[in-house]
Design a binder for this molecule. Structure first.
Ligand code: ADE
Length: 438
């Protein structure tokens, strides 16, 4: 059931005065979603401490944000933090398959966040949801994949004059936004949250590593130990995935186009070879490159019977599924949830997971809360930073200020009970000098 209506008039304090419209699957899931959000919050102490400060200081008062993010329990905790800071937030999904419907319901029912997201929505509904969110006339955007920025810059240009800035969560989105800035078409400043060290060192590496393996296992329940696992791309996400696949006992093969990364993967102990070669050997394939057509017709044609192919990159363009459909006989058959079987003319079967959409959010629950804690702390503090500096920021892509990054690392260590040393005065002097030698 999908409902588009006014928010329920409950007594909950977090509901806004003027109820916005929403579109979620089923409001009766709201209590289950709230429990899930509270469970995630236990692992998000940095974000919680920011929320507590925001509640007192209200640094985001006057801002209306459209957030186009994966609608998960972790995102819900970010929404609560932004609201505590005085921001009005409207949320839509950044992927048609990543929404947790119970969380979406809880956001509407228990936290008063206008939410437009239904797991499994078709492409038209996906874009309609972004447009519905934009009806709220944001002066701030928060993206995971730059879809909102893209729509604003093409179809909704009238919104631009009202917008002070935005943030971007993911590598793919940052690449697009930098291309826009380079071409001189970016119309407002963006902070690239992805580029913070407390984001990509942890979320991209440990988050993608664990959650992608989780997604593949939940979808297939196939043993990884002893199998050949092909990781396409050795960026931060690829590094995390290769590390965790190895930890599960798989023999890991990395494919790359960058000589430095290929060298790094080799010295990290992985087999490195072109996809044309890996295609013949792999039992599992997972793309994490950010580019399109990484696994194509000629690769599918070479694969072994039973090969399991998935993607953990942002967009569903990394696996060229139409080229597989072309060499397959008949229609694909859904043999399990999120597993489509394609049969080749000689009888070989190839399995595509989650329609080639990012598997960690399609069949699993995305990155664990403990890493999203830092990613979303960066989002919250970057929004505060942009609001404070709106007048001086230009139409460009900015990194997260180093002080914010360092503060998040400090708070995370504190929450983990990990202590570190400090430099003595003598050591500080030594580091600042050049005269002292052997
Ligand atoms: N991206 C990857 N994992 C995520 C999660 N758990 N919540 C929101 N965005 C994500």
């Amino acid at each position: 059931m999908s409902v588009t209506a006014e928010l329920p008039t409950t007594t909950l304090s977090e509901l806004p005065v003027a109820p916005p419209a929403y579109d979620v699957k089923d409001l009766s899931l709201a209590d289950a979603g709230k429990r899930r959000i509270e469970w995630a919050e236990r692992e998000m102490p940095v974000l919680r401490s920011i929320r507590e400060r925001f509640e007192k200081e209200k640094p985001l008062e006057g801002l209306t944000a459209v957030a186009c993010l994966h609608v998960t329990a972790e995102t819900a905790n970010l929404m609560r933090t932004l609201k505590a800071g005085g921001m009005k937030v409207v949320l839509c999904a950044s992927n048609p398959l990543s929404t947790q419907d119970d969380v979406a319901a809880a956001l509407v029912q228990h936290y008063g966040v206008a939410t437009f997201a239904i797991k499994g929505e078709d492409n038209d509904t996906y874009y309609q949801h972004i447009l519905s969110a934009l009806e709220h006339k944001p002066n701030f955007t928060m993206d995971d994949g730059a879809d909102t920025v893209g729509i604003i810059h093409t179809e909704k240009r009238e919104l631009i004059e009202n917008i002070i800035g935005g943030t971007e969560e993911t590598t793919t989105g940052v690449i697009r936004l930098r291309a826009m800035a380079k071409d001189g078409v970016l119309a407002y400043p963006i902070v690239a949250v992805n580029d913070a060290q407390t984001k990509h060192f942890f979320d991209n590496r440990y988050g993608t590593g664990q959650s992608t393996i989780d997604g593949i296992i939940r979808a297939t329940n196939v043993l990884l130990a002893g199998k050949f696992f092909v990781v396409a791309g050795y960026g931060w996400c690829g590094k995390g995935l290769a590390m965790r696949a190895k930890g599960m006992g798989a023999q890991v093969i990395v494919t790359e186009i960058d000589p430095l990364r290929a060298l790094e993967a080799t010295m990290d102990g992985f087999h490195v070879m072109p996809m044309a070669q890996a295609a013949k050997v792999g039992d599992f394939f997972c793309t994490v490159t950010g580019d399109k057509d990484v696994i194509r017709g000629e690769h599918f044609a070479a694969m072994k019977d039973g090969a399991i192919v998935s993607n953990a990159g942002h967009f569903n363009v990394e696996i060229d599924i139409p080229s597989l459909a072309k060499i397959a006989t008949g229609e694909p058959r859904e043999v399990r949830d999120f597993v489509d079987e394609y049969v080749l003319a000689d009888g070989r079967k190839i399995f595509i997971l989650g329609e080639g959409r990012l598997i960690n959010l399609t069949s699993a629950e995305g990155h664990p809360a403990s890493v999203m804690d830092m990613s979303f702390a960066n989002q919250a503090l970057s929004a505060e930073y942009m609001n404070l500096n709106a007048k001086t920021l230009e139409k460009n892509v900015y990194g997260v200020p180093q002080e914010i990054d360092t503060e998040i690392a400090r708070l995370k260590l504190l929450s983990l009970g990990v202590g570190i040393d400090t430099l003595t005065e003598e050591q500080e002097r030594y580091l600042a000098s050049w005269q002292e030698g052997t």
